[in-house]
Design a protein around this ligand. Structure first.
Ligand code: CA
Length: 144
């Protein structure tokens, strides 16, 4: 009986570790998803409803799920979409308005980040959508 319990405990521990590793790797594929967004939004809540993750997703998380490539988040597919319908693209909300960020690069710096899965998380009044000019180097980067 002890062996069965120990085996079940080990299996549960490995499953939890696998889920945690999965979340971490998914977050690293979305710019600024590894930082806590304003309003005490945890890393998990960038996509999930619960602060601890789990099977309920907010509109941004659902959009991430609907646009996987090889079962992984694909920023190039979702950066120009507006998951929460607040008229700001996911890229504008997560500090990558030009959609130039790629996994493995440092998070883009942004003065203001907002939650791409919550339409009530908005830029302060008077600040319009963030846009960036695309210099030639940035355009070339899109075709690498
Ligand atoms: Ca939005």
């Amino acid at each position: 009986m002890r062996r069965v319990r120990a085996g079940m405990l080990l299996a549960a521990s490995l499953a939890i570790a696998g889920i945690a590793a999965g979340r971490a790797s998914f977050s690293s594929l979305i710019p600024n998803a590894t930082v806590n967004l304003p309003g005490n939004i945890t890393e998990c809540q960038t996509c999930h409803v619960s602060q601890d993750g789990g099977p309920s997703w907010n509109p941004f998380g659902q959009q991430v799920k609907d646009n996987l490539t090889d079962r992984r988040p694909d920023w190039t597919k979702i950066q120009n979409l507006d998951a929460d319908g607040d008229n700001y693209t996911n890229g504008q909300e997560l500090g990558d308005p030009g959609g130039l960020w790629r996994p493995g690069r440092p998070n883009p710096s942004a003065a203001i980040l907002t939650h791409p899965g919550n339409a009530n998380s908005k830029l302060p009044a008077g600040i319009g959508p963030i846009t960036v000019p695309r210099p030639w180097a940035a355009i070339k980067e899109l075709f690498r």
